[in-house]
Design a protein around this ligand. Structure first.
Ligand code: NAP
Length: 251
């Protein structure tokens, strides 16, 4: 059972998977807040689903803290923190700079750390919490040309597993979902990149990405959202420190 009195924050809630998560929780009756860097998609989504929003870069802790202050003033203490914001850079390992790997770690790992830790005090106060992350199959296996992204997404699982053990007695669970390729703007950028680098047709580029999924299709954002809704429910109270695959059985 979901408790609609709860306030959930979703980073990257203005587009793609984050927008589907925000919509899914809103439809389930939760108070929803979304965070991202661009105001326009947040405003559009906020109006569509009745969510509060605040502009912040998840890599900037001070910005995250002040966004949460604003959102809590509107919707109350946050007991469900969904770290969804992320980014992927595709480059051969030999061409990666230190800045490239730092950027990957900043947004994909530090961004998760920031939103989770910033919400911890509210969860402790309420004696209940859910820390959730949108990780990836790239948390569970390697893929060529995205070494920084894979390193960072593996890091998200390390964080998940460690923090879950620290908070296990506090009625706060910590879990990650690991989707395969999901049909979002991020995936569209990957398809465009393949077309540009290889000269493949769009169909062949899409098929090459679908090939790893035994179901031979892209995951839909709502499928990821529904899994998170379950993880946030009372029925998932004993699920802790897990990496839940949402990838058709790829891994
Ligand atoms: P997307 O459409 O590009 O969405 C990413 C969201 O994150 C955007 O709303 C973006 O908003 C926000 N964001 C990015 N950097 C941010 C930052 N520094 N601070 C605050 N917000 C930031 O991509 P998506 O596919 O929905 O990705 C969502 C999550 O799913 C990511 O963690 C991604 O790694 C994961 N994932 C995606 C796939 C896939 O195939 N699409 C597969 C597995 C896992 P702003 O640009 O406005 O900040």
């Amino acid at each position: 059972m979901s408790d609609p009195s709860r306030h959930v924050v979703v980073t990257g809630g203005g587009s793609g998977v984050g927008a589907a998560i925000a919509e899914c929780f809103s439809q389930a009756g939760f108070k929803v807040s979304i965070i991202g860097r661009r105001k326009e998609p947040l405003e559009k989504m906020g109006t569509k689903i009745g969510a509060a929003y605040a502009v912040a870069d998840v890599t900037d802790r001070a910005a995250v803290d002040s966004a949460l202050e604003e959102l809590c003033a509107q919707n109350g203490p946050i007991t469900i923190a969904i770290a969804n914001a992320g980014a992927a850079v595709s480059k051969p390992f030999a061409a990666m700079s230190q800045a490239d790997i730092s950027n990957m770690l900043d947004v994909n790992v530090t961004g998760v750390f920031n939103i989770w830790q910033a919400c911890l005090a509210d969860m402790m106060q309420e004696n209940w919490g859910r820390m959730l992350a949108v990780a990836s199959t790239a948390s569970l296996k390697g893929y060529p040309y995205v070494s920084g992204y894979c390193a960072a997404k593996h890091g998200v699982l390390g964080l998940t597993r460690a923090v879950s053990l620290e908070l296990a007695k506090k009625n706060i669970t910590v879990n990650a979902v690991c989707p395969g390729f999901v049909e979002t703007p991020m995936l569209e950028a990957s398809v465009e990149n393949i077309i540009e680098k290889t000269g493949m047709s769009r169909q062949s580029a899409e098929d090459s990405l679908k090939a790893g999924n035994p179901m031979k299709r892209f995951i839909q954002p709502r499928e990821v959202a529904d899994t998170l809704l379950w993880l946030a429910s009372a029925g998932a109270a004993s699920v802790n420190g897990q990496a839940i695959s949402v990838n058709g059985g790829e891994i």
